[in-house]
Design a protein around this ligand. Sequence first.
Ligand code: DER
Length: 223
Amino acid sequence: GGSEAAKRQAGESAATVVEDGAVVGLGTGSTTAHAIRALGEAVESGLDVQGIPTSYQSRELAREVGVPLTTLDDASPDVAIDGADQAANGDLVKGGGAAHAREKLVADAADRLVIVVDDSKLADALSVPVPVEVLPDARTPVAARISELGGEPDLRAAERKDGPVVTDNGNLVLDCDFGTIDDPVGLATTLSAIPGVVEHGLFVGMADELHVGSADDVTVQRF
Ligand code: DER
């Protein structure tokens, strides 16, 4: 992954778009963590904001830094800030943190989606494996369908737990390598239609802004 300085540039840049009184979707991952920390500091200086977390990780961090929390039952996000594993022309692959089901829910509910990445995430075309969250019972039939589609499904193994990663929703994750993705819309539609697929990591045409951090600078792309 990219440098921490670049992630910080992007995260802190995105935090500045949050206006007083806003409801903010709090994404997952190490780049968004910089935005959440910056929001915590802004709250200390008097910013009135409520966050809607997308994972245990973003919820724990928001609580740690003092960002007040709410839920989609009680509020609608004005803006969501989130990371990505890869970005090409505003389309994203997400799910490196296996949080993409709730991330996509909050991103879709938000009026505006602000993505934060370090410059190592930029590409001309999406080509990293697409995380697909599946019902545990569905992993074998879904893996078979992915193979038929020309993808290479890989059950994501946990690191500090024996066995597979289990998501916050109690599901499993198949990382599906399709090589370069020429038709993100088509693949996203196909994946969503497979029974047993809970959510996939293709966020096509959803991002409104992309804050791209480098070691000592940040640029903003708007879509
Ligand atoms: O899981 C996710 O979608 C995260 O946003 C992830 O893809 C980005 O995490 P990072 O900022 O730690 O690279």
